[in-house]
Structure formats: C-alpha cells, structure tokens
Design a protein. Structure first.
Length: 644
C-alpha cells in the first residue's frame, strides 16, 4: 500500500517507535532547528545546562524578531546573550532587522524532505516548502540541538484535497480560514494536515506557507504541502536550486480523514473576536467601522502579500479614522519593495512602516485605541493579545485589510473592481549579510557567553514524590490559551529570561491574584476545560507555574505542545476520565493523589481525592513510557542529565 507524504517524511526520520499506531510515541531525527528570542533565551540557558559543546544538527538558526522594542536594557541583553551562544555553539545568528524567523527560514534555509523543530508554534510555516516542520518547547529544541531525538505522538493524517483555483481577490488566508471554520481550533489535535489535489499547483510557496503557518491554530502537529515544480521555481528564485527534491504522496496513499475544498467556491473571510475559528464572510461584516489595520506577521508578510497591498493602496490614502501599520516580513522583502518602488506607494498612502519583526502581532507596539475594531493579517486574535483589553481583533487577508484601510469600514475587496496582477520575481534579491556565522570550532573556546542582570536561571524541579497533596488554586473553562496562562506584550516580554519576575503576570487575566494564591497554597493544582494550553509554544506557560508550585494540571483535554511542555517541566498533565467530574471541583478544594510515583512507574490508574468534598475522581493520562520517566525524574533536563 502506498504512503502519504506525512508517512514518508516520518519514515525517513524514524529513530524509534511504531508509526503504524496513531497516538504511540515516535522518536524523530531532527535535521534543522530554529529559535526566536522570546523563547530562545530559555532554550539556550537549557542548552548550556546540558553541557554540549556544539550543535549537532545539519543547521540551527537563532533569530531575533519578537522582542525588538527596546524600552530598557532587557531585550538588548537577551539579543547579546543569544548572539554569544550562537557564536560559541555553532549556530547561525539572524540579526535583529533581518526579519521574522518563519519568513526568513522559508526564504533562505527550509529544504523539502527535511525535519525542522522550532521554539515557536508557527514553525509549520516550513510545511509550505515540503518540510516536516513542528513547533516545540525550548527544552525540546535544546535537546534536538544537542543531537537528541524529538518525540511526538504518531499523528493521524487528514488530507485537505484542493480543487480549482482561487478567484480574484480571494487569498490563501481565506483558504486556511475556511479550513478553520470546518475543523475548529481543536480539530487538528493529534493530526497532520496534508494538502493535495489539483488545486495545489495553483498556489505559490508563500501562499502555501500562509496555509501551513495558520494550521497551528487548528491545534495540528503540523501541516504540509508536496514539493513540486512550484517549489522548485521558488527555490531557484532564492538561488537555492540544489535544495529542491520532489516529494508527493503515492497515488494509492490512504488517509484517516479527507476534506474537499473547491478553491473557486471560496470568498473573503474573517475570524471574529476572540478566536481564529469564529469565521464570518467579509461581506456579512460589511460596513462595520474600522479603527486600525495591521498588515504583516509570519502569516502574511511575503513579498507577494506586500506587492498586492501596495498595488491596492497605490495612489490612494488610508481613511482618516484608520491607523494603518505595515511590517514587511524580512529584510529581503523590505529591500525588494524599496527597490521596485512599492515601498514608496505604501508610504505615500499613509502606512506606518514598521521594522521587519513580529511587532503588533505579539503586542509589541501598535496597541489599538479603547474598544477599537482592528483588522489584522495575523494568525491569532486572542482577547487582550493586542495590548488593549477591550479591542476587537479580526483576522483577515491582506486584500481585505488593504481595502478596509482605504474605506474605514469592513470592505469586501471584490467591491474594488479589477484585482491587481502581481507577478513573482524570477530572482529574489539574495543578501545574507545579516546572518552572522558561528566561530570555528577552534575559535569557539575563546568566545564568552554574555549574560545580563535580567537573565535568571530557570526554576528547579524535583523528582516526583510518592504522594501528592495540593490545593485547587484555579479553575478555568475551555480553550484557555497560553496567552491567558503567560501573557506577552511589550510590558511583559522583556522578562522572558526572568521567571521570578514573570510569575507576577501568570493568569493575570483570569485571576489577578493567582501568584499570591499559589504562594499561600504552597503546592497547587490547576483545573482546566477542553483544549487547555492552545496557541503558543512558550514553555514559560509551564515554567512559571512550576516556579509557583503547580504540581499537576487536570483538564478535559490538552493542546499538544503545552502538554509536552508541562511534562518537560515536571508537571503532571492529567485528564478527567468522566468530563462531568470537572464540574464538581471548586477553587480552594484540597486535592490529593496517593501513590502517584508508583502509578507513573507502572502506568497504573490514578485517582484524584477531593477531601473538601469527600469525593474521588478517576483520572486518565496519555503519557509515553519516556514521558513517565521524565516526570519521575522531575523534568526533561534532569532526565537528560540522568536524574530520577
Ligand atoms: C506567538 O505567536 O504567540 C509567539 C509569540 O510567536 C509564540 C512564542 C512565544 O510565546 O514566544 C508561539 O507562537 O510559539
Ligand atoms: Fe511572531 Fe506573530 Fe508569527 Fe508569533 S505569530 S512568530 S508573534 S509574527
């Protein structure tokens, strides 16, 4: 029987495990890694703690793109720390200003057929070029940099079969929004979303990357496109023809689920506040007043996107009541826009041009006015993420964003007349002068790692005790994101290297006194609903709770990366056997799990006792043998060092 593309990529990197049993633990060889600065400092602190001299991957790149607003010494110190680690440990260093990690990686380093893990949940952008590219916690990336395997639960594979061709003014963003409407933010959990069908040929690599990027919002392990003539043309245009290999599913490949999408039947769509799967047609929102438009982010900042926006804005002016910001995704994109004059069109139209970085997407500036309607070409519209608590953020295509920026109201771009014709360059402008190479192995010994006063060691965990007794310190509902657990934004991100300080903001949106409650309780358990921990890969959403004494999180279900991060931090991710038991626990209840250590040693059932209510609840867990060993050791770092 033939194999699908996902199976081929996994088979060619399989080190251990049974790839024929979905859900079982498989260990994969990782060819490439990437980090960004907001998760990178922890990843390099962890890498340093592992005592490995030099990275053992084919390629590892450290990017600076998130914390580029430097309102104090903290972010600049983090950049310098990461730069010194990269130089000493054999990584390429993408300097601030060079662009957003996923955009630059796609342009300059991604290779079809390779595996990539990155300490950022949008690493699946690389699936647009035929990579098996996955988001992971910083510690998992550190282990992979040291040559260790990356473990995942063997995914099921969903085929999204594309037919037809997008109509004018309809965009790749509308494709992924249509998939989100169909599958929801939980629909991809435990799955790889593989794209196939004749419609694939009609999509460029940057368009495919928009789709795989936002597959993260489905909760999917990753998303992937075949590597074909379109991929070959993109790589040649990036002066990387030798990196191309053809890759596709076998004709008789089978899938766990098949979804059909006719590209020609799609219309402009928008994700309404505050979830990426709250999909409406743009036409149905027509007329809603718009206060802000932001164009950019790793989802929609390619040259193709920017050229479309420039063509729409050319010769016109942003509506007086709209603040329009544009952040081209990379130095390559920005330079090419400058050289062909499109940048002048953007500036002339009144766009506020931002540096090539994440910027407003992660609340680093451009927070909208109170109660604003903000249209963004980004991938996440979680409540408060923009930095303005009551802002209403809609996720839209670059076409819809640009059209609405001109009119000041939600505008279906199809009402603008003929769509601009944008052709992709035969040659991109290639200049890697902002990628600093590492020191040679001979020179590396003399390179000093430069810390700063804000860079604090990560919190200590301890081996799993025989029994667990703790208080239910917080109870939350469904779809809690890592932005709820550990918010980002300009005020907080500078402290990503300082867990003690960061702990003040943990769960601030759900319970402003959360940190104090944890300190009062000593040891805590968090009770959560379904899809707990969706969104970012930030391991801070596990490390900060660890620091605050959280021993277990008991939910209806977990998002993949966050569950792995909890295990890596030595926190138990457990689920209710009967979801109805969730209702029975209240904040403040005294909870206990007897014999937890023995249970993890033998994979035995676990019961949660609630002495406040005089009740007991059966719990479940889907933990591999290796994950149980990590929990027994008190976390991945201690496990890697041989503790336990
Ligand atoms: C995000 O989009 O939420 C981030 C910021 O890129 C995160 C990483 C982080 O929290 O640093 C992600 O998606 O993993
Ligand atoms: Fe950066 Fe936003 Fe992409 Fe995250 S989603 S990597 S913050 S641009």
């Amino acid at each position: 029987m033939g194999m699908n593309l996902t199976q081929k990529l996994i088979a060619s990197h399989l080190l251990e495990g049974d790839m024929h049993t979905p859900g079982s633990d498989v260990a994969l060889r990782i060819d490439q890694t990437l980090t960004q600065d907001a998760t990178g400092t922890m990843a390099y602190l962890e890498f340093e703690a592992m005592g490995v001299e030099r990275v053992r991957t084919e390629l590892s790149v450290a990017y600076i793109d998130h914390n580029t607003l430097q309102t104090g010494f903290e972010n600049a110190d983090d950049h310098r720390f990461i730069q010194s680690c990269a130089k000493k440990r054999g990584l390429l260093f993408s300097r601030p200003g060079n662009g957003i990690c996923h955009q630059v990686h796609l342009e300059r380093f991604g290779k079809p057929g390779k595996t990539l893990i990155g300490s950022d949940s949008h690493t699946p952008t690389g699936g647009g070029i035929g990579m098996l590219a996955m988001g992971a916690g910083g510690l998992d990336v550190a282990v992979a940099m040291g040559g260790g395997a990356y473990h995942i639960a063997m995914p099921k594979v969903t085929l999204v079969r594309l037919a037809g061709r997008l109509r004018p003014w309809v965009s790749a963003k509308d494709v992924i929004l249509a998939v989100l409407r169909r599958l929801t933010v939980k629909g991809g959990v435990g799955r790889v979303i593989e794209y196939g069908g004749a419609g694939v040929d009609t999509l460029s690599v940057p368009e495919r990357a928009t789709i795989t990027n936002m597959g993260a919002e489905l909760g999917a392990t990753t998303s992937v496109f075949p590597s074909d003539a379109v991929t070959q043309a993109f790589l040649s245009a990036q002066a990387r023809a030798a990196d191309w290999v053809p890759l596709a599913a076998d004709a008789d490949a089978t899938y766990d689920q098949i979804i059909e999408i006719d590209l020609a039947a799609l219309e402009p769509l928008a994700a309404a506040p505050h979830m990426p799967d709250a999909i409406h047609s743009v036409a149905s929102l027509g007329g809603v007043k718009v206060d802000q438009v932001c164009i950019g982010s790793c989802t929609n900042s390619s040259l193709q996107d920017m050229l479309k926006v420039a063509a729409i804005l050319k010769g016109r002016t942003a509506h007086p009541s709209v603040s329009l910001s544009i952040a081209p995704g990379s130095k390559q994109v920005l330079t090419m826009l400058a050289e062909n004059g499109a940048l002048a069109d953007l500036i002339a139209a009144g766009a506020r041009i931002l540096e090539s970085a994440c910027g407003p997407c992660i609340g680093m500036g451009q927070s909208p006015n109170s109660g604003a309607v903000s249209l963004r070409t980004f991938n996440r519209n979680f409540e408060g993420r923009s930095g303005t608590a009551d802002a209403k953020v809609y996720l839209v295509s670059p076409e819809t964003a640009a059209a609405s920026a001109l009119t000041g109201v939600f505008t279906d771009p199809r009402t603008l007349g003929a769509a601009p014709a944008v052709t992709l360059p035969e040659r991109y402008l290639v200049n890697d002068n902002m990628i600093a190479p590492p020191a040679s192995p001979a020179e590396a010994a003399a390179v000093e790692i430069l810390y700063g006063p804000n860079i604090k060691p990560f919190p200590k965990s301890e081996p799993l005790p025989a029994q667990l007794a703790a208080q239910a310190v917080l109870k939350v509902g469904d779809d809690i994101t890592t932005d709820h657990i550990m918010p980002a934004g300009a005020k907080i991100l500078p402290y990503r290297s300082n867990i003690p300080y960061l702990s003040r903001f943990c769960f601030a949106q759900c319970d402003p006194d959360f940190a104090q409650h944890c300190r009062d309780a000593g040891k805590g358990v968090i009770i959560g609903g379904a899809n707990y921990g969706q969104g970012s890969s930030r391991e801070h959403a596990a490390l900060v709770p660890l620091y605050l004494g959280i021993k277990a999180v008991v939910t209806k279900s977990f998002a993949r990366i966050h569950a792995a991060n909890l295990v890596n931090a030595g926190i138990l991710p457990l689920t209710f056997a009967d979801a109805a038991d969730y209702e029975k626990i209240e904040t403040g209840d005294s909870l206990a799990i007897e014999n937890i250590r023995a249970a993890m040693q033998t994979a035995a059932p676990v019961t949660l006792k609630n002495s406040t209510k005089g009740e007991s609840y059966a719990l479940e867990y889907s933990l591999s043998e290796r994950q149980r060993a990590i929990l027994l050791a008190g976390g991945l770092l201690d496990y890697t060092r041989g503790g336990g």
